[in-house]
Write a protein that binds this ligand. Structure first.
Ligand SMILES: *Cc1c(COP(=O)(O)O)cnc(C)c1O
Length: 470
């Protein structure tokens, strides 16, 4: 208690039991149970005690707060019983926004998750033989169809773990525990959320052998570093940055050739792992999973919820013999995914097999034209009576995000907002307070909304939010 806090104010606070007897509170107890209501009362009282201690309440303002106690208790109760994980409207223009949950799932994936989750399933049960089956078969068959023509003469196989970080950990531990892995200094990356290649390497018990320099690494650097204890070559996609200027990196064919000559498998952490050609959206330097397999990479790892457009997962595709070594590692059991992930992934992959890419929201957003976005932005602007809010349409750029094509941008049309009495930061904060919250970005004193990442059916919610700010 601070020296200035007034002890008389504490004595005015009613007890939890007293409050539980009040008619308005009794009504809540009947709806939600005594325990939840008592918890809400304690939260509210503890907040008031804090305010008194900090001398933020005087006699008069405390009386006001006490008069409003029942409604404060109800608000607290509703909040504690509602979901904390909520949908938001992503108006940032970052398609695979890690903080906003990366790829939204396709309707077919949601349906399949619902059906698979609500009932028993043949997750690990072979319906022909009645024996125990493998959970990977449900997606491996689809990956096989997609990768059919890339395996040259080797059989390709795919397994799935919790995320790509887990995939890299599993691959390194299975193929290089206690021995050396060669990697370029220019690829010792950190991905958001503290995924650092050197740290994953040390957790995997593989020994890191760095070669080259940050900006230049040549194939001879790899070759010279090979010793009797080298077991693996690692290539990491520079997901979230680009090194430009005086740079050099061995090509995939050079690395593949070196691996074959020295009998060392080549593992590639591709990060985003696109299963469609980004040239169709004007991005011509993002390597796809097909590119890696075509070039002869032995094992490639990638995320399920980045450019693939599915659930969080780490996918490992490669030569069946190597994948078999990963599968028999006990870590694989610890990192395995559940039936919900398999269901969502199976439905997502089926969209690729059917060439039904428009049904995958992340891919659809990448393909929406600037004209379409401009049209929708104009409609939103036209429907907001701008009294206090000034809305302009300006050209801008959307990004893919999620560590894909770090330098690639998609042209877009932005709603640029300025408010007569609110700062851009305050306006951005107000937008977050709507239900659903609208997530925007601030640039040069303006709030920018990019409808590329907004579902068209959410345009109305944005319009209403802006109307109430105007
Ligand atoms: C995103 C990324 C990862 C981490 O993938 P998660 O699925 O988030 O675990 C690892 N490596 C690269 C190159 C990435 O881009």
């Amino acid at each position: 208690m601070s020296a200035t806090a007034n002890p008389a104010l504490f004595r005015k606070l009613p007890s939890t039991d007293e409050l539980l007897q009040r008619p308005e509170v009794l009504k809540l107890t009947q709806q939600e149970g005594r325990t939840a209501v008592a918890d809400a009362i304690r939260e509210v009282l503890s907040h008031l005690r804090g305010e008194i201690t900090a001398s933020r309440l005087n006699e008069a303002s405390l009386d006001l707060a006490l008069a409003g106690l029942p409604s404060a208790i109800e608000r607290q109760l509703r909040q504690s019983l509602s979901y904390s994980l909520r949908p938001v409207i992503n108006a940032t223009g970052v398609i695979l926004h890690t903080n906003l949950g990366r790829a939204p799932l396709a309707p077919a994936a949601l349906d399949h998750v619902r059906v698979a989750a609500a009932a028993y399933s043949n997750l690990e049960y072979d319906l022909d033989s009645g024996d125990r089956g493998k959970r990977d078969v449900h997606v491996d068959r689809l990956f096989k169809r997609l990768f059919d023509k890339y395996g040259e003469n080797t059989e390709l196989s795919t397994i799935v773990v919790n995320n790509n970080a887990a995939a890299v950990l599993l691959a390194l531990n299975s193929l290089a525990e206690g021995v050396e892995v060669i990697v370029s200094r220019g690829e010792l990356v950190e991905i958001g959320g503290s995924f650092r290649i050197p740290e994953v390497m040390s957790k995997s018990q593989a020994t890191l052998r760095e070669v080259g320099t940050t900006n230049r690494t040549r194939i001879e650097d790899y070759e010279r570093a090979i010793t009797g204890s080298t077991r693996l070559l690692l290539r990491v996609h520079r997901s979230n940055f680009a090194i430009t200027g005086f740079t050099e990196q061995p090509t995939l064919p050079e690395l593949v050739d070196l691996g074959r000559r020295r009998n060392l498998p080549l593992l590639e952490d591709l990060g985003s792992g696109s299963l469609f050609d980004l040239r169709s959206v004007g991005i011509d330097h993002e390597q796809t999973v097909f590119d890696s397999l075509r070039a002869g990479i032995d094992l490639v790892t990638y995320s399920g919820d980045k450019l693939l457009g599915g659930p969080q997962a780490g996918v490992i595709t490669g030569r069946a013999a190597l994948v078999g070594r990963l599968r028999s590692n006990s870590l694989f059991r610890a990192l395995r995914v559940d039936k919900l992930t398999y269901a969502a992934l199976e439905a997502t992959l089926l969209a690729y097999v059917r060439n039904d890419l428009e049904t995958l929201p992340a891919l659809r957003m990448m393909r929406v034209s600037k004209d379409d976005i401009a049209c929708r932005a104009e409609a939103v602007a036209a429907n907001v009576g701008a009294q206090d809010l000034e809305i302009k349409l300006i050209d801008g750029e959307s990004v893919i995000g999620g560590g894909a094509a770090p330098t690639a941008v998609l042209p877009t049309r932005l709603l640029a907002l300025t408010h007569r009495s609110l700062s851009a930061d305050e306006l951005c904060r107000r937008l977050r307070q709507f239900d659903p919250p609208v997530i925007s970005r601030v640039e040069e004193g303006r709030v920018l909304l990019d409808l590329r990442t907004v579902f068209p059916e959410e345009d109305t919610a944005i319009t209403c939010s802006l109307q109430s700010l105007a």
